[in-house]
Write a protein that binds this ligand. Structure first.
Ligand SMILES: Cc1cc2nc3c(=O)[nH]c(=O)nc-3n(C[C@H](O)[C@H](O)[C@H](O)COP(=O)(O)O)c2cc1C
Ligand SMILES: [Fe+2]
Ligand SMILES: [Fe+2]
Length: 399
C-alpha cells in the first residue's frame, strides 16, 4: 500500500504482514494477519514514528521514500522497543544517520542492549514537547503498555495520538486504513479483543492508568501501530480498551465458556449433554475443543464471561494435557474469580478434577460441582450432565 495522508502533513505508512504464522512466536495470525503502522510527520523538521519488523524492512523503506528521502529525517521516535516496531532500525539508521532517536530513558538502555546504539539518542521526559516548526511532538510515558519503556506521542496541531500498541489489534489492513472506510469493523473489533487478551490483558492496570492520564488531551485521531486508524470515532476504541481492561478485576459478564477435550469420545458425549442443559437457558455460551483450538481464541471468552465448564478425561493420573495448557494460560493472563464446574470420564484412578482445582487455586476460581464418570457415561449419567449444565447456567445468571 502507498503512503496515505492521515491529516495535513501526517502520513500513515505501514506493512501488512500476512505471512507470519505466530505473533510473538505464540499467537496464531495466519488467518487475520497483522499490520505494523508507522507515521511520518512532515514540517520544518521531519519525524518518523515507530518502525516495522526486520523481515518487512524492504517495502517499508519504499514507503518512506514515497514521502521523503530518509536522509532528510530529523527524528526517529521509538515509542516502544519491541522488535515488531524496531526490527528495521539498523537499516533505517544507516540510511538516516543524521536523525536523532527520541525515546524514554528506559528505552535508551534497551537501545544499547538490543542494537548497540548509544549515539544520537535523545531521552524525552514525560510530558516534554519538541517543536517541528508549526507542528510539535509531545511525549507521555505509559509504562507497561506494553513494556516498561513504552510511551505514546501526541501531535497537538492536528490532534493525533500515535499510541503504538495501545488501542491496537490483529488484522492486516484490507485496503482501508480508517475506521470510517472500513466495511468489516466487527472483524477488527473482534481481533482487537483477541489481541488485547493475548498481548495486553496482563497489563490492564497500566492500560487504565494510561487512559486516565491521556484523558485531558484533545484527540481527533487515534493512530496505533497495529490495526485501524480511528479518525471518525476515536472514542470507540478507547472505550473498548477501557471496558476490556475492567475485566481484570471483575468476574465477567453472565456467560459460559465450555472447554472440553476427549481422547475416545466419552467426555465428548458428556459435553453434548452439558451443552444441551446450558442451551435450555438463554445464557450465551462458546464451546472450544482444547486440543484443537489455540488458547489465543479461548482466552477472550474466558476473559469476558463469568462461568467456565471444563470437560476433560484423566490422562496418566492427571488432567488431559491440552486442558492443563489452557488453564496455565488463564493463570498467565490472571483470569480471576470465575465460577467453574467439571465433568469428565476416567478409566480407573481418576485425577483430572483435582488438577483443575489445583491449577486454578491462584486464580481463586470457585468450583461449584464435579461429575466424574468411570468409562462410558450411562443414560442416567447423561441426564445428570444435562442437569449440571442447566443448573450451572442458572447459577451464574444470578452472578
Ligand atoms: C494415554 C492414556 C492415559 C490414561 N491415564 C489414565 C489414568 O491415569 N487414570 C485413569 O483413571 N484413567 C486413565 N485413562 C483412561 C481414560 O481416562 C478413560 O479411557 C476415559 O474414558 C477417556 O475419556 P475420553 O473418551 O473422553 O477420552 C487413560 C487413557 C489414556 C488413553
Ligand atoms: Fe509490544
Ligand atoms: Fe506491537
Amino acid at each position: 500500500m502507498p503512503a496515505i495522508e492521515v491529516k495535513p502533513g501526517i502520513y500513515w505508512i505501514g506493512i501488512n504482514d500476512r505471512t507470519t504464522d505466530l505473533f510473538e512466536g505464540i499467537w496464531p495470525i495466519t488467518q487475520a494477519g497483522v499490520s505494523y503502522n508507522s507515521y511520518l510527520v512532515m514540517d520544518q523538521k521531519k519525524a518518523l514514528i515507530d518502525l516495522t519488523r526486520e523481515a518487512q524492512e524492504g517495502s517499508f523503506l519504499d514507503q518512506i521514500e514515497d514521502v521523503l528521502d530518509p536522509a532528510e529525517l530529523d527524528y526517529i521516535v521509538l515509542n516502544h522497543m519491541e522488535p515488531d516496531h524496531t526490527g528495521a532500525l539498523g537499516r533505517i539508521r544507516r540510511l538516516a544517520p543524521q536523525a536523532t532517536i527520541l525515546c524514554t530513558a528506559k528505552a535508551k538502555d534497551m537501545l544499547d542492549a538490543f542494537f548497540g546504539i548509544t549515539d544520537g539518542v535523545q531521552v524525552v521526559g514525560d510530558g516534554e514537547t519538541i517543536s517541528l516548526g508549526n507542528k510539535a511532538l509531545q511525549f507521555f510515558a505509559v509504562p507497561f503498555v506494553h513494556w516498561p519503556e513504552t510511551m505514546v506521542t501526541y501531535e497537538p496541531c492536528e490532534k493525533v495520538l500515535f499510541a503504538c500498541d495501545a488501542f491496537g489489534g490483529y488484522g492486516a489492513l484490507r485496503g482501508a486504513i480508517f475506521d470510517d472506510q472500513c466495511a468489516d469493523i466487527d472483524f477488527y473489533i473482534q481481533e482487537s479483543l483477541r489481541y488485547y487478551v493475548n498481548i495486553v490483558a496482563r497489563f490492564s492496570g497500566p492500560v487504565l492508568r494510561a487512559i486516565d492520564k491521556l484523558g485531558g488531551i484533545d484527540i481527533e485521531v487515534i493512530a496505533p501501530s497495529h490495526g485501524l486508524v480511528w479518525r471518525h470515532d476515536p472514542g470507540r476504541i478507547v472505550s473498548l480498551y477501557q471496558h476490556w481492561a475492567q475485566y481484570a478485576t471483575s468476574p465477567g459478564d453472565p456467560g459460559v465458556t465450555l472447554i472440553y477435550g476427549s481422547m475416545y469420545g466419552k467426555t465428548e458425549e458428556m459435553m453434548n449433554a452439558v451443552a444441551g442443559g446450558v442451551a435450555k437457558t438463554d445464557i450465551p455460551m462458546e464451546i472450544f475443543d482444547a486440543a484443537r483450538t489455540h488458547s489465543s481464541y479461548i482466552l477472550p471468552s474466558l476473559w469476558t464471561k463469568n462461568g467456565v465448564l471444563v470437560g476433560a478425561p484423566t490422562y496418566e493420573v492427571s488432567l488431559f494435557p491440552p486442558m492443563t495448557q489452557v488453564l496455565e494460560m488463564a493463570n498467565h493472563k490472571r483470569i480471576k474469580n470465575r465460577r467453574a464446574a467439571y465433568f469428565g470420564s476416567y478409566g480407573w484412578s481418576g485425577g483430572a478434577y483435582k488438577d483443575c482445582v489445583k491449577l486454578t487455586e491462584p486464580l481463586e476460581w470457585e468450583w461449584v460441582e464435579a461429575l466424574e464418570v468411570q468409562g462410558r457415561p450411562s443414560r442416567e449419567d447423561l441426564h445428570r450432565a444435562e442437569d449440571l449444565g442447566e443448573r450451572f447456567a442458572n447459577l451464574i445468571t444470578k452472578g
